[in-house]
Design a protein around this ligand. Sequence first.
Ligand SMILES: Cc1ncc(COP(=O)(O)O)c(C=O)c1O
Length: 398
Amino acid sequence: MPMAIAQKMLQFMEKSSWIRKMFEEGARLKQLHGAENVFDFSLGNPNVPPPDAVQKKLVEIVSRCQPGMHAYMPNAGLAEVRCAVSDHLSREHCVSLCSDNIVATCGAAGALNIIFKALLDPGDEVLVPSPYFVEYAFYADNHGGILRTVPTRADFGLDLDGLDAAMGPRTKVVLINSPNNPTGQIYDDRSLRELGNLLVRKSGQYGRPIYLVSDEPYRKIVYDRHVVPCPFDFYPNTLIATSYSKELSLPGERIGFVAVHPQASDLNALLGALSLANRILGFVNAPALMQYLVAELQGLTVDVSIYQRKRDRLVKGLRDAGYELLVPPGAFYLFPRSPLPDDVEFVRLLQEENILTVPGSGFGGPGHFRIAYCVDDATIEGAMPGFARAVKRARSQG
Ligand SMILES: Cc1ncc(COP(=O)(O)O)c(C=O)c1O
């Protein structure tokens, strides 16, 4: 009998996940060689623990036993979390927000899905600078949208001319991610200002707003005093999608939010659509306990210096071994140039050293590979000799 699973899902499963392939390969290698001899850099799963205050606050909240604390609530979330987030954002950025501008979500993934549900008509295009987070294509497709990529410059900064040329009458959303997964790059004030100007011009030209969606779960994971500019400062039709997955190391708890610029076009309809999308996509609302938690922990961040030490150790070790890479100012990924022209082949070579990484091709960034360094120090130290052997072998092949 033919399979009754949706054809599209079968295709997605086939081509979707380098990360999943690496996960399976990792399990096989670990069984063969022992977990301590396999160096897994494939997943962006934070290994720095949540701050102590998270556990303490969680225990305190659970023991309050308030009536109704586990009940249904407005789809946009609890009043106190929306207030706490809008107050915090208003202090951090130059734009003054109120609680109505915030919708609590199931992580950044939930945030992006309700945004696309609220904005996209079938065939609408979402433009994204590449390399990019692979799930975006699935999220756009979930809501009838089409993801179009525009390569970034050699330093992974925005290519404004490329974006200008790619925008057309079907462009509904420009989606940016800074600090970026997989490159770690941060888009600076100047490029965001130029992007804002471009979006004003193009919205005028096509007679409908093009929304800027800024996916920023790594905003607080930055090094060397880098600051991530706020896109709200440059363009009013902006929505921020984010989460506490990385800044509080809570990815399994599925908590985040959307913040909408108070001067966005059709603001009330947009906020209503986001709320309804939360409900009808089946999220209903963000997890209640987590909402209470983050309402009381605004501004708290994991100890980023731990990631910085890992980044610095890897950057030095890899450069000494002969790899070419930029020092990423944020997130917890390195995106070195592949020593072989075919990044998939080089990632296989690393696998022979029991090192698991992800080919850049999987992120729309061929010729590179991604190292997620949110791993323990023993993994980094243990992998160094293998990284050095692999680049040597690649050079001797080339
Ligand atoms: C760029 C980017 N956006 C969104 C997400 C999804 O985040 P969350 O787990 O908060 O849904 C991730 C997760 O790794 C990510 O890297």
